[in-house]
Ligand binder design. Sequence first.
Ligand SMILES: [Zn+2]
Ligand SMILES: [Zn+2]
Ligand SMILES: [Zn+2]
Ligand SMILES: [Zn+2]
Length: 156
Amino acid sequence: MQKREQSFGIQMLTVQPDAKPKGCAGCNRKIKDRYLLKALDKYWHEDCLKCACCDCRLGEVGSTLYTKANLILCRRDYLRLFGVTGNCAACSKLIPAFEMVMRAKENVYHLDCFACQLCNQRFCVGDKFFLKNNMILCQTDYEEGLMKEGYAPQVR
Ligand SMILES: [Zn+2]
Ligand SMILES: [Zn+2]
Ligand SMILES: [Zn+2]
Ligand SMILES: [Zn+2]
């Protein structure tokens, strides 16, 4: 599966005092600040380059922006709206975009699939879980596994 993200870098430039002010692509006014942002081959006020969804200033968020259908978006909103979520690491079935997922490191899971793979305990937000060999484990099973493998101090 090919994944092409429509991401673009954002540069922050210092405005040379003697340079002719550039027009902002967001508000169409001249940029008279000390700094300006360059993105998509256009110039922007720091305040004008914003995510169309959440209004966050994109010059600050990792300095990458995403575009799709004439929208300028932050990475989070781009992925939320257009991202293909991928395959569930537990059942290997595709997770459609828009569906709520659980994430652990690089893996995504259906909500229903996110459970300890040994005892099937489900997790709530904030619960502790562990990843081992790509298996989700509850704390009990994780610690038991460590004991068996002798990582934990052994009693002789
Ligand atoms: Zn502006
Ligand atoms: Zn956003
Ligand atoms: Zn699944
Ligand atoms: Zn368990």
